[in-house]
Design a protein around this ligand. Structure first.
Ligand SMILES: [Zn+2]
Length: 450
């Protein structure tokens, strides 16, 4: 605990944003671990006390409610709550502040509401679903938290009220969960035996990803062939980038469909799944949910880069999901996520804790192979195609993916020579065959090492 705080303080002093995020990731891990949960949660609450005092108050009250018996928790929490008392959220009714102890709080109707819930990854997929994603849309001053409790995964939050529009019970037939039930102060998700769940608090959305137990039989069947998910970015009314009559959404649909045809030929034992096959809207949270549900072995999201201002160099960039302090990558993620840059940096901090180092490594390998072969193949048609490299960024579409996942910006739509090339079938086919080649090389490598 103390080491993590010292680490963070050191990073803050020299202004190293990346180290700062890493140190906070460590604190968040401690805030999940029994024995340090309260202390680390309070440390995090203290860190946000200046910027978001009310949220800090709620977090401290939640820590006290959850782990009152952790040594030192009660005293430290009450001290922090007392120092933040001016930011105690108002109550709709109940005792006035004078009769209340710090932390006796706040169950006011207006604090936090969830009126909308979505479930992705169930339904007829042909094969049994290997996971599902529950998305809650919190409004107000919310500090939701999810944890396993026996065969349930429970979502709670101080002052959380669930709207009547949310069904009292939602039966689920597959994906590792069987029932979602609304309770007075949250949600209970009943899991199947062997299933597990993880929660991601993204502020405007709260995700719960369920992973079904994969039986031995299924594992054996999977060894036969890989499941590859290709994700054409955007779609429908969401055009993505646009440039003189060209739409990113349509171009990437064409490119991924071509890549899928090549992969089906080159890896006949594998199954290739597209997250959309038509020009239609698919939400960002549905895309990885789909990949998790079909038990994908890898996920490649295909986009085209764009910039409002004149850029000197266009070209190919490939991203993995990781924290970054690269300004351009942050701006691009904001564009692709359809959210302000400030929210991307917020997500970055929230997500730092759910990162798994081994998955970042495998994603980097997939990114390197897809990047290299897409660039080489694109250059056969457009010899000067620039190399922007493999980078990290917080792309929302990659969040929660349980397989190596990358996002490819296959060309720069707002560079006129690349836009002109994108109008030709030859160039789109070249990009598609480069993407497919990178995937084939990755799958071959993985098969050889299994
Ligand atoms: Zn895009």
């Amino acid at each position: 605990m103390r080491a993590a705080l010292a680490w963070r303080e050191g990073a803050r002093r020299v202004g190293d944003e990346l180290e700062l995020v890493r140190a906070e990731r460590r604190l968040r891990e401690l805030a999940d671990a029994p024995g340090t949960r309260c202390a680390a949660s309070l440390a995090l609450a203290r860190l946000r006390a200046d910027a978001e005092p009310r949220r800090a108050y709620l977090d401290a009250a939640a820590a006290l409610e959850r782990d009152p018996d952790e040594p030192g928790c009660r005293e430290e929490a009450r001290a922090l709550l007392a120092s933040l008392d001016a930011h105690r959220p108002p109550l709709a009714d109940g005792p006035g502040p004078s009769t209340m102890e710090p932390g006796d709080l706040p169950r006011a109707e207006r604090e936090c509401r969830v009126d909308r819930v979505a479930v992705f990854g169930t339904g007829p997929t042909g094969a049994p679903s290997r996971g599902l994603r529950l998305v809650l849309f919190p409004e107000g001053e919310c500090a939701l938290e999810g944890h396993a409790d026996g065969e349930r995964f429970v979502v709670r939050g101080l002052g959380l009220r669930v709207g009547e529009a949310v069904p009292a019970e939602l039966p689920l037939s597959e994906g590792g969960a069987r029932l979602l039930r609304r309770s007075d102060d949250g949600f209970d998700l009943w899991l199947d035996p062997g299933a597990s769940a993880t929660a991601f608090d993204l502020g405007s959305r709260f995700l719960v990803d369920v992973a079904a137990d994969v039986s031995v039989d299924e594992r054996a069947a999977r060894a036969q062939g890989r499941v590859i998910v290709l994700d054409p970015g955007h779609g429908g009314d969401d055009f993505g980038a646009r440039f003189v009559g060209l739409r990113e959404s349509r171009l990437v649909l064409d490119i991924t469909a071509r890549a899928a045809r090549i992969l089906e030929r080159r890896l006949p034992a594998s199954q290739v799944v597209l997250t959309r096959t038509r020009d239609e809207i698919v939400s960002l949270e549905a895309r990885t949910a789909h990949a998790n549900a079909v038990g994908a072995d890898l996920f490649v999201s295909v986009h085209l880069n764009a910039a409002d201002e004149e850029v000197r160099v266009g070209g190919v960039t490939t991203f993995v999901l990781d924290v970054t302090n690269d300004r351009q990558a942050l701006r691009l993620a904001a564009r692709e996520n359809a959210m302000p840059v400030s929210e991307v940096t917020g997500i970055q901090r929230l997500l730092a804790r759910v990162h798994r180092a081994d998955q970042v490594e495998r994603s980097r390998r997939l990114a390197a192979l897809v990047h290299e072969s897409t660039l080489a193949s694109g250059r056969r048609v457009l010899p000067g195609l620039p190399d922007r490299g493999v980078k990290s960024a917080m792309f929302y579409v990659l969040v929660g993916a349980r397989m190596p996942a990358v996002l490819l910006e296959a060309s720069f739509l707002t560079k006129s020579e690349e836009a002109a090339a994108l109008r030709t079938e030859a160039y789109r086919e070249a990009l598609a065959s480069g993407i497919a080649e990178g995937i084939v090389r990755y799958v071959t490598e993985v098969d050889a090492s299994d």
